[in-house]
Ligand binder design. Structure first.
Ligand SMILES: *[C@@H]1O[C@H](CO)[C@@H](O)[C@H](O)[C@H]1NC(C)=O
Ligand SMILES: *[C@@H]1O[C@H](CO)[C@@H](O)[C@H](O)[C@H]1NC(C)=O
Length: 594
């Protein structure tokens, strides 16, 4: 009786202690990062008056990456376009630092992540504002795509990263029953990432977090269209590295054009590329010279499918977010909308109503729902896609306006545009748009929409909506793509345990998730004796050199013993094998006498 009491009291106190421990805030050091030069405090008169004029023809400026705000055309400064030799120096530095970091404990790696997480949470506004100035996206778009995604990735790595990088034990099979087999995940060395401009913060942190947590160094080439913010974000990473006593040169952010990227590809141990199919193919060709492994995430033309049993106003809201998030500049943004004929006109009307209410303008100068287009001349391309569709019979239902910008639109803006009567004859439905255009197609049966949605050169993601989860799932499972969201959009990317990547022109390999983390590793298979030193591997007598006359016969019976289909076949094999083993001394020795 007393023992029970004692156990109960012990149990309750233990639970109470655990609960009390949870109430103590974790002791995570803070870092200081100098941000005085990235804040637009009006103390930079030269920057405020400079109107950027994109230079035609890269040759004149090939040694410099010019940075400006696409929403206001304000000049932000320039960064060097690194030469091949300079890139190699960065990689060499990362290589030296990695040799030290490879020996770090998971505890130290987790502290590195916690310091970053703390800084991010405390400086959300600074990080989003920097991203917004560099790319033209709104603060909310930046929070969703830069902050939340990165915080998810960090918390996932904190919770599960070590578990997925620990040696994993596997079965040893029948002939190796006396062995232990496992997979070990070692660092690769230095990872090279060439990332796109659409989420300058997350696109740096995403490959960096996985690579560094797995024990690697990393050199990241940022896009020439978002170099300014990237160079600031590097300071955060370096301050966190210093705070945990890691070598500061473990992580590099470099700037430049294609020559810089080529030099990076030829000097690292693994390449992660996020960008277009054309550049992806060039990178793979270059990587082939050294047989460097590549992960290619090359964009998409994602289908957004709406069945007739949905709650239309609910789905219309998600549809507009899916198309206008970051001005439509998402690898996995919704670019083709397929809507069942029964809800088609209702859906188009609801979407049109929402789009009409969207205020477009420079995100940091007032309340705007959608920001600018990041790449110079991309608005021209978007307009040419719209024109091509109009020429082939499409119609514009509604076009958003530029809020109070009037005629004096200085920045790179494109109005959100809803189009109908579109089909596959139009470039708008084939090429990746990367802009705020919503083309809507009518369908009448699930078979028809599967064929239409599947008929694309890209295969990154899709989103399927239906009142029946099972129906949506059935449609999603038949589309040839790497990511499927059922009754939601982009939810997959928030589940950071999941891999991310596509098929066809969307590339191959996976970043994010367990697969992406392990893709930063040298995957090594190791086998050793289970009962060492009591049972050691001995080559059976008949197979020892010189091989006995009945060597093959012995093998035959061994195969029967191990793999025979019935227990009788195997027993027969075992008896034969034992017999041949015991015959060995006489028959074998005599046989070899000839
Ligand atoms: C594509 O759509 C246009 C306009 O609706 C139409 O005139 C044309 O016949 C369609 N083409 C095909 C192949 O369906
Ligand atoms: C989808 O497309 C792939 C190739 O792109 C093809 O193999 C598959 O059969 C298609 N599926 C359907 C249901 O059309």
């Amino acid at each position: 009786m007393e023992l029970w009491w004692l156990l109960l009291v012990l149990g309750v106190s233990f639970a109470l202690c655990r609960f009390l421990l949870m109430l103590i805030p974790p002791n995570v050091p803070s870092i200081y990062v100098d941000a005085s030069d990235v804040l637009d405090d009006g103390n930079h008169p030269m920057e405020d008056t400079f109107i950027y004029i994109p230079s035609k023809g890269k040759a004149a400026q090939a040694d410099k990456v010019q940075c400006y705000e696409p929403a206001t055309m304000k000049y932000l400064g320039y960064f060097p376009a690194l030469t091949a030799e300079e890139v190699k120096e960065h990689v060499d530095q990362a290589r030296k630092a990695q040799k030290v970091w490879a020996k770090s404990s998971f505890k130290q790696r987790r502290l590195f992540l916690r310091i970053l997480l703390k800084y991010i949470i405390e400086h959300q506004e600074l990080i989003c504002e920097t991203s917004s100035r560099d790319t033209g996206k709104t603060m909310v778009d930046a929070s969703l795509g830069e902050i939340m995604t990165t915080c998810e990735k960090i918390t996932w790595l904190l919770a599960e990263g070590e578990r997925w990088l620990k040696p994993e034990y596997r079965s040893s099979g029948r002939s190796m029953l006396h062995k232990v087999s496992r997979v070990e995940f070692h660092p690769l060395g230095v990872v090279g990432a060439i990332v796109s401009w659409n989420y300058p913060f997350h696109n740096i942190f995403n490959p960096m977090l996985a690579a560094v947590f797995a024990g690697n160094g990393i050199v990241i080439k940022v896009s020439e269209h978002a170099s300014w913010s990237g160079c600031f974000y590097l300071r955060i990473i370096q301050a966190a590295l210093t705070a945990v006593g890691a070598p500061e040169h473990l992580v590099h952010v470099i700037t430049g054009f294609s020559e810089t990227g080529e030099a990076l590809v030829s000097s690292v141990d693994k390449v992660i590329f996020v960008g277009s199919p054309g550049v992806g193919k060039m990178i793979m060709k270059n990587a082939a010279n050294n047989l460097t492994p590549v992960t290619l995430e090359l964009g998409g033309k994602d289908a957004f499918i709406v069945c007739d049993d949905v709650d239309v106003p609910h789905v219309a809201q998600i549809a507009v977010r899916a198309a206008l998030q970051s001005s439509g500049q998402n690898c996995a943004g919704a670019e083709r909308f397929y809507v069942h004929e029964n809800v088609y006109s209702d859906f188009v009307a609801q979407v049109a109503k929402i789009v009409k209410s969207v205020r477009v303008g420079p995100p940091l100068t007032g309340r705007h729902d959608m920001g600018a287009i990041c790449m110079p001349e991309h608005t021209d391309r978007l307009q040419s896609l719209v024109k091509d569709a109009l020429d082939k019979g499409a119609e514009i239902v509604v076009r958003g306006n530029f809020g109070n910008l009037g005629e004096e639109v200085v920045g790179q803006f494109f109005p959100p545009t809803v189009m109908i009567n579109v089909n596959d004859t139009m470039k708008l439905m084939q090429e990746e748009t990367f802009g705020p255009i919503i083309p809507v197609v009518k369908f009448s049966s699930d078979e028809e929409v599967i064929t239409m949605a599947n008929d694309s050169n890209f295969g990154l993601g899709c989103a399927v909506f239906s009142g029946s989860q099972r129906r949506a799932r059935a449609i999603g499972s038949q589309l040839h793509c790497g990511v499927a969201a059922i009754n939601d959009f982009a939810s997959n990317y928030m589940c950071q345990s999941l891999p991310f990547g596509g098929v066809k022109d969307s590339g191959f390999g996976r970043f994010a998730g367990v697969e992406g983390l392990r893709a930063c590793c040298l995957v090594k298979s190791v086998v050793e004796d289970r009962f060492w030193p009591f049972i050691k591997t001995v080559i059976p007598k008949p197979l020892q050199y010189p091989v006995a006359e009945n060597g093959f016969e012995f093998q035959e019976s061994l195969v029967g013993a191990l793999y025979g289909l019935s227990i009788w076949d195997r027993l027969h094999g075992i008896i034969n094998t034992l017999k041949l083993l015991s015959d060995q001394n006489t028959a074998g020795a005599a046989g070899r006498g000839h």
